[in-house]
Design a protein around this ligand. Structure first.
Ligand code: ATR
Length: 272
């Protein structure tokens, strides 16, 4: 009997999670079936309940249900509680355990796969929505010199700054009033790339940067990554590595085993 897992979202058809988890299960000899479940926008909870009644053991949760998954959880990890978003659910008896592996996925991709230490670096995080909120605590835990959150709408960046001040050095700015600071690592956590748009950021910020990172993954480099390349950034990456690393951390949350991520990242990048 295979243990049942799935990714739930809307849309979900193009998710790479079933492929990634199926490879992880083969690597580690786990008897798992992993598929994709499309939930109607108003129907997240009933699709989750159906899945549990079928014996489902765990879910990855993607857009736009991470807040609902957070609210549904009966227990939360610290990183899920601070992110106020859940991307991984585990069903155990009557409990619903909620975790958020997005931030650790980003940190592992930057540090282990791209080989860039976050400690003592000046980090610029673009965006102040759910994607940004999910990665702030794990970034701060790596002790950067400073984390600057820049957002088109200043008050959202300031709200995040207030929430995370106890965890590290963090400032908030808007796009109209960009600081002259030099940044080492610039991360795009806005949803602009989804709409093939470019946040209105100054070109000069890339001239001293080691890394431009777009949390979105796509076949073609996003406009943000092209802009960074054109303006002198040393290295760039899309979110493929983050996707695989967050999946590996979810797999560990469910199964207690660490799969190998590098071969999967290499395979996905070669398909792009
Ligand atoms: P997500 O969960 O993907 O973060 P969200 O919570 O809707 O989605 O947040 C989207 C983020 O992308 C916000 O920071 C948004 O900026 P505003 O708060 O000013 O709306 C940002 N964003 C979206 N499109 C953008 C664009 N074209 N340029 C700059 N920022 C953009």
């Amino acid at each position: 009997m295979l243990d049942l897992y799935a990714v739930i979202g809307n849309p979900v058809a193009h998710s790479k999670s079933p492929l990634i988890h199926t490879i992880f299960a083969q690597q580690t000899n786990q008897s798992i079936q992993y598929d994709a479940r499309l939930a109607p926008l108003e129907g997240f909870i009933s699709v989750v309940e159906n899945f549990r009644q079928q014996g489902g053991k765990g879910l990855n949760v993607t857009v736009p249900f991470k807040l609902e998954a957070y609210q549904l959880s009966t227990h939360l990890t610290e990183r899920a509680r601070t992110a106020q978003a859940v991307n991984t659910l585990k069903f155990e008896n009557d409990e619903i355990l909620g975790d958020n592996t997005d931030g650790i996925g980003l940190v592992r991709d930057i540090e282990s796969n791209l080989g860039i230490a976050i400690a003592a670096k000046r980090i610029l995080l673009l965006g102040a929505g759910g994607a940004s909120r999910g990665v702030i605590l794990p970034l701060l835990q790596r002790q950067p010199a400073l984390l600057t959150i820049a957002n088109r709408t200043l008050h959202k960046a300031e709200a995040l700054q207030q929430q995370f001040i106890p965890h590290g050095d963090i400032v908030a700015v808007d796009f109209m009033d960009f600081p002259d600071d030099k940044f080492d690592i610039i991360i795009n956590a806005t949803s602009a790339s989804l709409h093939d748009a470019l946040p209105q950021i100054p070109a000069e910020i890339f001239s001293h940067a080691i890394l431009a990172y777009d949390m979105m993954y796509s076949q073609e480099p996003t406009r943000f990554l092209k802009f960074a390349q054109q303006n002198g950034v040393q290295q760039w990456a899309d979110g493929t590595g983050m996707l695989v690393e967050q999946a590996a951390e979810s797999f560990f949350f469910w199964r207690g085993i660490n799969p190998q991520t590098k071969p999967v990242i290499t395979m996905l990048k070669s398909q792009a």
